[in-house]
Design a protein around this ligand. Structure first.
Ligand code: AMP
Ligand code: MG
Length: 319
């Protein structure tokens, strides 16, 4: 099997060096994070950013998240504010992305942030990405390592499936612990969640001691990741389903239908964090088994269920 995956590498000293050389040379690499895998490139270098957009087939209007080792490394690029500092202290490194005003002197490529005056920044927790971010002297622009609009990858083979040998280095860091994308919060004005994630509204409100609106449910596209069709497994997805149509794959919480091969439990103990962790894995399994359609039972809109509903709603816009 070695030859067919000649671009998937285990993480060791030699391959860390190889990855850093690759990034220093302006090339891109697929790297694990605790949310999903990303394709990272030098956020200060135009050609690296161009490569990322081209590989993904991502519209230029959809800005990239910029990843840093810590706040110290981000200080030249972002305008700090109290909301951010509080959230940073509580949740970073971790699965949360902050939209902040960009400093005039920032070297972030305008293309990376879709020419906006703001940038989205994140401080990921996964130890592999942190060891890379620590050793390079530029931040990484890093969207999820999937073709635009498709399901995010949660392991190295998922990345290979979309890109084959088009990415020279895919670092194998095991399965992403969270399994869905980061929470995105706009802090340029009153805090607003643009994309729900595992760090949820309640826990953010507790830290900031305020109440937010569920803006991401609005029709208006404020953040391009809120585009209507996204996270698509490539076959139609129907949500809030009560009755199995006898031939589709049916996703649900619990263990009720364990003897029926067409039923896929997202969490046997109905735990919503676990269901989020399994969401994309089950999408891929169902697609590979050749089903033509996915039905999903109603998922409660609490905790991680809010993020799950956001992703499956967008997946359901596939026609
Ligand atoms: P992805 O990299 O695929 O996880 O998607 C990145 C998400 O961050 C998308 O929803 C983007 O629209 C959002 N994002 C990145 N930069 C900004 C920004 N400056 N303002 C608002 N949203 C942003
Ligand atoms: Mg993405």
């Amino acid at each position: 099997m070695k030859n067919s995956y000649s671009n998937i590498f285990t993480f060791n000293k030699k391959n860390l060096k190889k990855t850093i050389n690759c990034l220093n040379n302006g090339d891109v690499a697929a790297l694990p994070t605790e949310t999903v895998y990303g394709i990272g490139g030098n956020a200060y270098k135009k050609s690296s950013i161009k490569k990322i957009f081209k590989l993904k087939g991502r519209p230029k209007s959809n800005p990239l998240i910029i990843h840093y080792f810590n706040l110290d490394k981000a200080k030249n690029d972002i305008v700090l504010n109290d909301y951010f500092l509080k959230l940073y202290k509580n949740f970073c490194p971790g699965p949360i992305t902050f939209v902040l005003k960009k400093k005039a002197k920032s070297k972030i490529q305008p293309l990376a942030s879709a020419k906006l005056k703001t940038i989205a920044v994140r401080f990921p927790k996964h130890k592999i990405i942190r060891s890379i971010l620590k050793k390079i002297n530029f931040p990484l622009a890093m969207p999820s390592a999937n073709k635009s609009n498709k399901v995010s990858p949660i392991n190295a083979l998922d990345v290979f499936e979309d890109f084959k040998n088009k990415i020279k280095i895919i670092i194998n860091g095991g399965r992403s612990k969270i399994g869905i994308e980061s929470t995105v919060i706009d802090l340029t004005n009153f805090p607003t969640i643009l994309r729900p994630g595992i760090i949820n509204k309640n826990s953010i409100e507790k830290v900031l001691k305020l109440k937010m609106k569920q803006k991401f449910e609005n029709k208006k596209i404020k953040s391009p990741g809120m585009m209507k069709r996204h996270y698509s497994p490539g076959i139609p997805v129907l949500i809030n389903q009560n009755k199995h149509d006898k031939k589709s794959a049916f996703m649900y919480l619990g263990n009720k239908y364990k003897n029926n091969k067409n039923f896929f439990s997202m969490s046997k103990r109905s735990n919503l964090d676990e269901a989020a962790y399994n969401l994309y894995k089950i999408f891929r399994i169902i697609k590979k088994k050749g089903y033509k359609k996915i039905q999903i039972n109603k998922i409660p809109k609490i905790g991680a269920g809010i993020a799950i509903n956001d992703r499956i709603k967008k997946a359901s816009n596939f026609k």
